[in-house]
Design a protein around this ligand. Structure first.
Ligand code: ADP
Ligand code: MG
Length: 238
């Protein structure tokens, strides 16, 4: 069995179906990108995996355990959002430690983990700063550290680079990849940017209107598109 297995997962809001009967598997340590145009259902799919939205149908299995009905805080899934979602009146240190508080671990008992995380995201010395004193890239690294400090089984990244300008974006892209490899972290990265997907992923799941229309390694998706949508979406890459 694969590390992550999604069976016939469906989500609707009232009458509106966002996705239906989604199926995929992910191996441990894989970096998978969920790629697709705005509105195709990427964020909703991530939120459903994280337990922030409830699936209407289907199953989510992680490491042999069915977590479909497990509450979000017990899923051991970390998530990073495009908009950082940091607490503005809390220090960097307290923002990162927040993930632990949810698990009943105090900041004092987590000193070593905190220092390790600060080093991992290259924010040593910034622990007493507040989010407004940081650049966008630094803020996103705080969000990343907050997600990682609880040692999640899966990391979900929802367009974490989209709010950043080009240079910071490139640096953070590489930092994310380095950390992911170092921790051998099973990761689902969401983007609407095909270039980012091509450069970062072990595999790409290309999504359109609530369906995964093609999955495969970047080369194959680029050179062997299964239909016109894939060809034109990937064709913008240069
Ligand atoms: P993406 O992240 O790919 O841009 P989303 O998952 O945000 O797409 O949205 C997919 C569709 O689901 C959109 O049509 C959006 O309007 C709808 N949607 C998302 N969240 C909600 C919600 N809470 N209530 C109703 N519709 C929603
Ligand atoms: Mg989105």
């Amino acid at each position: 069995m694969s590390y992550v297995t999604i069976n016939k997962l469906s989500k609707c809001f009232g009458e509106v179906t966002v996705f239906e009967d989604i199926e995929f598997t992910i191996e441990e340590g894989e970096f998978v990108t969920l790629l697709g145009p705005s509105g195709c259902g990427k964020s909703t799919l991530l939120r459903t995996l994280a337990g922030l939205d409830k699936a209407n149908k289907g199953e989510i299995w992680v490491d042999g355990v069915d977590i479909t009905h497990t509450q979000a805080q017990h899923r051991e899934i970390g998530m990073v959002f495009q908009s950082y979602a940091l607490f503005p009146n809390m220090t960097v240190e307290d923002n990162i430690a927040f993930g632990l508080k949810m698990k009943g671990i105090s900041k004092k008992d987590a000193k070593e983990d905190l220092q390790k995380m600060l080093a991992l995201v290259e924010l040593g010395g910034k622990e007493k700063c507040h989010p407004h004193e940081l650049s966008g890239g630094q803020r996103q690294r705080v969000a990343l550290a907050r997600a990682l400090i609880v040692k999640p089984r899966i990391l979900l990244l929802d367009e974490p680079l989209s709010a950043l300008d080009a240079k910071i974006r490139k640096n953070l892209r590489q930092q994310i990849l380095d950390i992911q490899k170092e921790l051998n972290l099973t990761t689902i990265f969401v983007t609407h940017d095909q270039e980012e997907a091509m450069l970062m992923s072990d595999r790409i799941f290309l999504m359109n209107q609530g369906e995964i229309v093609q999955q495969g390694n970047p080369e194959d998706i680029y050179t062997k598109p299964v239909n016109e949508f894939v060809a034109s979406f990937m064709g913008n890459y240069n």
